[in-house]
Unconditional design. Structure first.
Length: 208
DNA sequence: CAAACGATCGGCT
DNA sequence: GCCGATCGTTTGC
């Protein structure tokens, strides 16, 4: 079943980042469906988290969606090329989000490979970790785009959503460490707000 | 209006 | 392990 609004509007974004591991991210539009188990996440928590785009309550045209009620997508472009997918959480005005950094394909693998060849100019022919590991890679595989930022994950006609497959992820299968690429965030850089499923091969290497 | 800067990726050494 | 690509957003003058 799809995760309900109440899953996203909880106030502890770090807990939500943990809870998203093992859940299934599904995209379905233009008659094409792809899905993958979420294997790696990072929590971002404005206003005091310097690594967050909405740090110090900074609201711009780009980050405005982060301030809305949880249960939407915040998708932005990084390094001019990569579209990074985040799940907005918390109440209206909170500016919390979880970056999805890795998925393990479970549906539409062929389509994922086609999209990666087209958008990422990779020559991959089979499913392997590089297909959907890394925040910029999984959005290509799932067909997600920054133009979809602000879309609801709850609406009946949503083009993408997250499902609960029903099986619990054992606590011992979850590891945590520093977030990646946020060295300039001062003391916030040390926060262990990155989580991954140790039972999967679909997460990035740095383990601390 | 100009300039610097990324929550990265993939190829090559 | 290192390095260049690439461009929308933000910030500074």
């Amino acid at each position: 079943m799809r995760l309900p609004l109440e899953f996203y509007t909880r106030t502890d974004v770090v807990q939500i980042a943990r809870d998203l591991l093992g859940k299934v991210l599904v995209t379905e539009f233009d008659g094409q469906r792809t899905a993958g188990i979420i294997t790696e996440t990072e929590a971002y928590r404005a206003p005091e988290d310097r690594a967050c785009h909405a740090y110090d309550k900074r609201s711009t045209a780009r980050t405005e969606v982060m301030f809305q009620e949880g249960g939407r997508a915040y998708i932005y472009i990084c390094y001019g090329i990569h579209h990074l997918f985040n799940v907005v959480t918390g109440h209206d005005g909170m500016a919390h989000a979880v970056l999805i950094r890795g998925i393990e394909p479970v549906e539409g693998q062929k389509l994922m490979i086609e999209r990666r060849q087209l958008l990422g100019k990779v020559k991959m022919q089979t499913v392997k970790p590089a297909l959907t590991t890394g925040p910029g890679s999984l959005t290509q595989a799932l067909g997600l785009h920054s133009s979809m930022s602000g879309q609801s994950l709850i609406a009946a006609d949503a083009p993408f959503w997250i499902e609960n497959p029903g099986k619990e992820v054992p606590e011992q299968d979850i590891a945590s460490g520093k977030r990646i690429g946020v060295e300039s965030a001062g003391d916030c850089a040390a926060r262990p707000w990155r989580f991954w499923l140790t039972t999967s091969k679909f997460f990035k290497k740095p383990l601390l």
